[in-house]
Design a protein around this ligand. Structure first.
Ligand code: PDD
Length: 284
């Protein structure tokens, strides 16, 4: 387990890494976050993650209290202090600490940055299996495009999946279209060999991995259709996979009670995973 984290200006041992009880992130989920993978000194899509962090902050009217250069130095320091070669880094910025009050209009607030890192086993990079998923109604707030720590519907959904030994919960909107996973974007390949993922219509997070996989596909002359697709299309797809920073491209071979591709990992899912991981070897 990583021993040192960064909390509001200090590098602290894990047991001392605490935030104030009146941090608005704790009270209200009034905070944003990013998760970035790294391997041997190379971050996976670092700049894109930081750009999204800044977008999320802007959407919530929070200002990053340090420069992005300083942020990168701190992130590298945390990784170095923990001597981690392969893992993920978690960055969270909350609006700050103040006596509990829903409105922040007249509050003097200094955003609080916390950074921690988690080591991952290298097997995680190379070995993968087809996973199962369940579907659930999407009951999140209307701005899932902002990456906030306010994740109650997501964690409840993931726990329901977990209790059913499924890896992911896939959200379905009120019109029976797939939005995204509780912590991932969802893709299908249909029997016309069309590669489809939902368009960025504000109902999903603009996944950084989603965008990189899209670029990998396009570079290899694989067309990506960005459009809504229904639960029926999902369950009758030839291949289904999810993308996220920590799961890369992970094939889904069972959803609810339906097998996808007879429970076998699809070819395109495999190729895209390879292409993605190859691209990340020379990422930033
Ligand atoms: N989750 N959609 C949701 C709701 C997510 O929480 C995530 C990522 C994604 C994929 O985004 P990206 O490719 O940028 O990781 C889509 C992270 C990994 C998490 O919460 O741990």
């Amino acid at each position: 387990m990583a021993k040192i984290s960064y909390v509001d200006g200090l590098y602290l041992h894990y047991k001392d890494s605490k935030i104030h009880i009146e941090d608005r992130g704790y009270h209200f989920g009034d905070a944003v976050y990013e998760v970035v993978m790294f391997n041997e000194g190379i971050f996976f899509d670092y700049n894109e993650h930081i750009k999204r962090l800044l977008r999320s902050l802007k959407s919530l009217d929070i200002e990053l209290p340090i420069s992005t250069n300083s942020l990168k130095i701190i992130i590298n320091n945390v990784i170095k202090k923990n001597r981690i070669v392969f893992g993920s880094v978690y960055i969270q910025v909350s609006r700050g600490v103040a006596q509990r009050n829903h409105s922040y209009k007249n509050l003097t607030l200094k955003p609080i940055i916390i950074i921690s890192t988690t080591e991952k086993n290298k097997d995680y990079l190379n070995n993968f299996v087809g996973v199962s998923a369940i579907t659930l109604n999407d009951n999140r707030w209307a701005r899932p495009d902002i990456k906030t720590t306010q994740l109650l519907p997501n964690i409840l959904a993931k726990t329901i999946a977990d209790k059913k030994s499924a890896y992911e919960a896939i959200f379905i909107d009120q019109y029976d279209y797939i939005t995204e996973g509780s912590s991932s974007n969802i893709w299908i390949v249909n029997y016309d060999n069309q590669l489809i993922t939902r368009n960025l219509d504000g109902q999903i997070l603009s996944g950084i991995t989603r965008n990189s996989v899209k670029k990998c596909a396009m570079k290899n002359n694989i067309k990506v259709l960005e459009r809504k697709f229904s639960k029926h299309e999902l369950l009758t797809a030839k291949e289904v996979f999810l993308t996220s920073a920590t799961s890369f491209v992970t094939p889904i071979v069972k959803i609810d009670n339906s097998s996808i591709n007879n429970g076998l990992i699809g070819e395109l899912s495999c190729s895209l995973r390879e292409l993605y991981l190859k691209a990340m070897k020379s990422s930033n």
